[in-house]
Design a protein around this ligand. Structure first.
Ligand code: NAP
Length: 435
């Protein structure tokens, strides 16, 4: 029997478990650890609350989770409750599928000011991540600046822009919905240091911005390259640029009756945040593109900013004793191999890019490596060994059955038009199991 420990119960974790089952059938036991009592990582805490169809992928993970040889071991902090070295003693292979939950630092003068957030915190706040539930952003100002032109910037902009009706069917947490409905924000500026041809936004997600009830996105036609230059783009980005062109063509008369401005500011590199206590403005330098890179032109201007959310990418959290590539912001690895018996997969292996589905081949890839490295089953203690250690340390494991009770309680307390009202406090999650 092979014993596999997967650390992290998001998409990469569950696809890897699925791959291990396909590879070894009944001849493998898989324990999936998570620091929280609830599974699914990015799906629960990263995917936007108004993208419920994407969240539907958890039905597939649940099938894996309910198999005899797969176990969810929630509420266990690897690196704290148990070390990676201890897991390696107990399991033939330990696979880190911990994603990239930390912000890449924006590193600007003034980034310590109040009401300046990274997307990890801001997204975690409206998605009910226990670490960020009490973020309490102040939405009483008039202008929000969202830094970055990726899909996370789009998520944040959309959530700031939507009306109560547009949240129907979403599982945005109650505290965020209340704050958003009291928002006074009248202008959202999306700041990109490069141009329309360099955006990271994908067409479907960018297209959604054109269907907001309170705003019609504004793109300055002067920022758009000549139409025939789109031909050299690969099809996905070409489609995104087509959306930008259609936004640029929206007549001003159409915007006149709409209460919210959503503007794209291209060739605009943030250089500093200004304010005392809370942020008040952002200093921006105009750029031009040279060989694909944004280069400052020396022309500076200020945009008023009462809220700043920087959506410039993520990094993996280091774990004590695991080699880490600081520059890349992920575990130091060769194709997924970190050290003998220790592997990584998903964003923890390759950084934060691609779709949720990209993690499936990743999972199958790492299991293939393990099969090559370990053609025979080892003699590790596996699950009973971990249970003995957990008992010795009085660790309070949350099982998948426990999670289903939490889920039922979340569904029972949902608003009329919501699939669930998430618990945002670990203590409340644990109490829900006992009820
Ligand atoms: P991303 O796609 O890498 O975009 C990051 C953006 O931040 C880029 O526009 C980048 O500009 C900009 N940026 C980076 N450093 C900057 C700096 N110092 N100053 C100003 N701008 C800076 O990252 P993401 O939006 O966090 O998304 C992460 C992954 O999750 C992506 O694969 C994304 O597609 C995926 N995702 C998907 C969805 C969905 O609905 N399908 C939703 C959310 C996220 P440069 O290009 O100039 O570096």
């Amino acid at each position: 029997m092979r014993h596999i420990a997967i650390v992290g119960s998001g998409p990469a974790g569950y696809y890897t478990a699925e791959a291990a089952q396909k590879q070894w059938g009944d001849d493998v036991n898989i324990d999936i650890f998570d620091m929280l009592p609830v599974p699914y990582g990015l799906i629960r805490f990263g995917v936007a609350p108004d993208h419920q169809s994407i969240k539907g992928v958890t039905r597939r993970y649940e099938q894996t989770a309910l198999s005899e040889n797969v176990r969810f071991v929630g509420n266990i902090k690897v690196g704290q409750d148990v070390s990676v070295a201890e897991l390696q003693e107990l399991y033939d292979a330990v696979i880190l599928a911990t994603g990239a939950p930390r912000d890449r630092a924006i590193d600007l003068p003034g980034d310590h000011l109040g009401n300046v957030f990274g997307s990890a915190g801001f997204v975690g706040w409206y998605n009910g991540h226990p670490e960020f539930a009490s973020l309490n952003p102040d939405l009483t100002g008039q202008t929000a600046v969202v830094i970055g032109m990726g899909n996370v910037a789009l998520d944040v902009t959309r959530i700031l822009a939507k009306t109560r009706d547009e949240f129907a069917g979403s599982d945005i947490v109650g505290h965020a919905l209340d704050t958003l409905m009291g928002s006074n924000i009248q202008r959202i500026v999306i700041l990109g240091r490069r141009g329309p041809h360099q955006i990271m936004m994908t067409p479907k997600e960018l297209g959604e911005l054109g269907h907001l009830s309170r705003a019609a996105p504004r793109v300055d036609p002067h920022d758009l390259p000549e139409l025939d230059e789109d031909a050299m783009l690969e099809p996905g980005i070409r489609k995104s640029v087509t959306h930008l062109r259609s936004f640029a063509a929206i007549p001003e008369s159409h915007r006149a009756d709409l209460p919210l401005e959503v503007e794209f500011d291209f060739f605009a590199a943030p250089r500093g945040l200004i304010g005392e206590g809370n942020v008040r403005a952002i200093s921006v330098e105009r750029t031009r593109i040279e060989v694909g890179r944004a280069v400052g032109t020396g022309e500076f201007y200020e945009i008023p900013a009462d809220l700043v959310v920087s959506c410039i990418g993520y990094q993996t959290s280091p774990i004590a004793g695991v080699p880490f590539d600081e520059r890349a912001g992920r575990f130091a690895n060769d194709q997924g191999r970190i050290l003998p018996g220790l592997y990584c997969v998903g964003w923890a292996r390759r950084g934060p890019s691609g779709t949720i589905g990209t993690n499936r081949p990743d999972g199958f890839g790492v299991i293939e490596l393990i099969a090559q490295d370990m053609p025979q089953a080892g003699r590790k203690a596996g699950r009973p060994g971990f249970d003995a250690l957990a008992a010795e340390r009085s660790l309070d494991i949350v099982t998948f059955r426990d999670w289903k009770r939490i889920e039922e309680a979340e569904q029972a307390r949902a608003r009329d038009d919501a699939p669930r009202e998430k618990f945002v406090d670990v203590g409340d999650m644990i109490r829900a199991i006992g009820q």
